[in-house]
Write a protein that binds this ligand. Structure first.
Ligand SMILES: CSCC[C@H](NC=O)C(=O)O
Ligand SMILES: [Zn+2]
Ligand SMILES: [Zn+2]
Length: 402
């Protein structure tokens, strides 16, 4: 690999990938130092808001020629998920580039690429002396990967967020293995549920009535039978993607103290992801019915229960889709995001948000071993934003302007 001739954007990307902003103890100070330096290079003012102890949101602002207009938000999170290093070809924080130009590191797709692409696009626009009508905010948030509670979820409720006067937001999407790019206009709602099954205890040698295990079995069957139905619906429909069906995964089981003691309680937990088209009240009624059918005294509780089903329009004349398809000749696939990102908090306060990470010809490897991104795909993404950002920031009217 010829480092001398490496594109400076690729170099910066690899430098950022080497910062260990990895859970459970992300080095957020390193990210903040890096971003401070970038802000200085770009000549942009940087605001920092400590939303929770040790959890800082930083914002670089490029003021528009008409700052009274609603602004454009370019959002990215700085944290990444942990790795199983033994399953990686290279050190997951070395940002090794192989002979094909594939860069391997945690965060190459999710979503350090997008952070650097935003930065480099703005750097080029500024260097060309371009001006935009609307103010552009580059926002860097912590803790997306652990649910955003000490990050975006808290920040959207603060007056500092209001003051940004946001009219339209971009946030992360997913890679697309084909020629097309995927654009996300909504997300499934995550429900993390634990079902408690109480039962009569007793000696492990007896036929005790009303045991926790019998109830647990019924609950598991109800949830997993539904899982099969949804999987079948996805696999038999041409036009469905993962975001259009409900996924159910049993992720934890607890209970029991000894081989020969029938336990007084057993718990089971599920990760449910529910499309925005599902009636959530009816869905919870179904869960209640499953619990009732499984026996006496069953209760449940939620660790996550998102209820917001706002969608962002993709086909009006204001927003991103026409900008991409018309000016750059890109093919777009519009989908519901299967997992949860910080976009859900932005949409929940009534703002339009689109999930978009400009990566085509790339397998979806976020959170996976050997996450990588090709440098050419990465560089193309900078051009995409170089066109897209001024197009958005010069839109004369957004729906919210009036
Ligand atoms: C529901 S909070 C967790 C958010 C997490 N986001 C990215 O993977 C997810 O599991 O979708
Ligand atoms: Zn992400
Ligand atoms: Zn992630």
């Amino acid at each position: 690999v010829d480092l001398q001739n490496e594109d400076p954007s690729v170099n910066l990307f690899r430098e950022y990938l080497r910062l260990r902003t990895v859970h459970p103890e992300p080095d957020y100070d390193a990210a903040l130092r890096f971003l401070d330096r970038i802000a200085e290079e770009l000549g942009l003012p940087m605001k920092k808001i400590e939303v929770c102890p040790g959890r800082v949101v930083s914002i670089m602002t490029w003021q528009g020629t008409n700052p009274a207009l609603k602004s454009i938000l370019l959002n990215s999170h700085t944290d990444v998920v942990p790795v199983y290093q033994e399953h990686w070809k290279y050190d997951a924080f070395a940002a090794v580039k192989d002979a094909e130009g594939n860069i391997y590191a945690r965060g190459t797709q999710d979503m350090k690429c997008v952070t650097i692409q935003y930065i480099q696009a703005i750097r080029r626009l500024k260097a060309e002396g371009r001006k935009c009508m609307r103010t552009i905010h580059l926002m860097f948030v912590p803790d997306e990967e652990v649910g955003g509670h000490k990050g975006m979820e808290t920040f959207v409720k603060l007056p500092e967020f209001q003051k940004l006067n946001i009219g339209f937001a971009l946030d992360e999407g997913l890679a697309n293995p084909g020629e097309a790019f995927t654009v996300f206009y909504g997300e499934r709602n995550p429900w993390w549920i634990t079902v408690h099954c109480p039962g009569s205890p007793g000696h492990g040698s007896r036929f005790v009535e009303n045991t926790a295990a019998e109830k647990l079995r019924s609950i598991i069957n109800s949830f997993l039978d539904f899982r099969e139905k949804e999987k079948h619906r996805l696999n038999t429909s041409e036009c469905f993607t993962l975001g259009d069906v409900t996924t159910v995964n049993m992720t934890m089981v607890k209970g029991g103290v000894a081989y020969n003691v029938i336990p007084a309680e057993m718990d089971v937990s599920f990760d449910l992801r529910i499309p925005p088209t599902v009636n959530l009240q009816e869905f919870e009624e179904q869960i209640k019915k499953w619990c009732k059918e499984a026996g006496e005294g069953i209760t449940y509780e939620f660790a996550q229960k998102h209820m917001n089903q706002n969608l962002t329009s993709t086909d009006d004349r204001y927003t991103l889709t026409p900008k991409l398809t018309h000016t750059q000749n890109m093919t777009l696939e519009k989908e519901i995001f299967p997992a949860a990102t910080d976009s859900r908090f932005i949409r929940a306060v009534g703002l339009p948000a689109i999930g978009f990470s400009p990566m085509n010809r790339t397998p979806i490897l976020l959170h996976d071993h050997n996450e990588y991104l090709n440098e050419q795909v990465f560089l193309k993404g900078i051009q995409v934003y170089e066109n897209l950002v001024p197009a958005l920031a010069n839109v004369p009217t957004l729906p919210c302007d009036t």
